[in-house]
Design a protein around this ligand. Sequence first.
Ligand code: OKS
Ligand code: ZN
Length: 343
Amino acid sequence: MRTIYSPRHAGHAGNVELNSGAIVPAFELPRRAEIIRDRVREVGLGPIEAPREFDLSVAARVHDRGYLDFLPRAWPMWAAEGRGGTAMPFVFPVPGLRRDRPPEDIDGLLGFYAFDAGATFVEGTWDAVRASHDVALTGAALLAEGERAVFSLCRPPGHHAGSRFAGGYCFVNNAAVAAEYLRGRGHERVTVLDIDYHHGNGTQEIFYARGDVQVVNLHADPVREYPYFLGHADERGTGAGEGANLNLPLPWGTGIEPFMAALATGLAAIADFGPGALVVSLGVDTYREDPISRFQLDTPDYPGIGAAVAALGLPTLFVMEGGYAVEPIGANAVGVLTGFEEG
Ligand code: OKS
Ligand code: ZN
């Protein structure tokens, strides 16, 4: 399996986040991607290649134009106020407030285009986001050109980013952009399978009214877990998308057996939908020692997940999402991929 990787992710670094009432260094670190890349090399998964360059035309089909225009401007606007550190929103247009007119001030804009304080900007953020988008699209292009499976080692991740909001370390929804690309390249139906610990609320929101892109999510039950306000089992899609969204929420403490049972349910729904290609939002924050998550998966469990996904027999693009137990992240993420190849 080919891996697509760009070192430009490393510019998104040194930012802080709000956690348990304190400002702490962000958990989403450059080391994460480097450790995964090193593990790909170590196990000989296949070549590691630089991304091609893409314009934002596919991204503009899943994201709002104003949102996409804002992302590269966020840090320059922040810096123009004489500020350094981390650009972070603190006020949000919840229902009851105006969403129809973007403010002109940077603090207003940061909140206008976010659902939480968790997608923060430093000077190198946009360049890293742009490269992550190219990494995803390069993987999708290789799939369209006939590869059976590709690993897009994206950083920053994407699955919390919606059509017009950032959040949860995510800016551009890499998996959604890849799925949209594959839709435009000969596949009538495409599925996004999200196995990150957290619900992929952005991916769900983007495709919720569409019948051509199925979204299947396994995640910690939002009744107790971030992102809280989406990801329940009764969210099944709307309009043309009715039935094309499937949420499989699981309780805190979930181990590999119930996880695999839910995965089997998700895979059966995918087989019924009959997509021509599959995009897997691959998070390994399901790991037992993840510092911000509460599932109980162990390193030897991950290859079985990849093998189960391989049994669908679909062209498959793996897009990296979360996972914060930094040292084991390589063994866990690449374990899914080797399991897929052997499965
Ligand atoms: C609050 C942390 C919020 C959780 C962000 C979750 C990011 C993630 N300090 N999404 O898949 O892993
Ligand atoms: Zn996650």
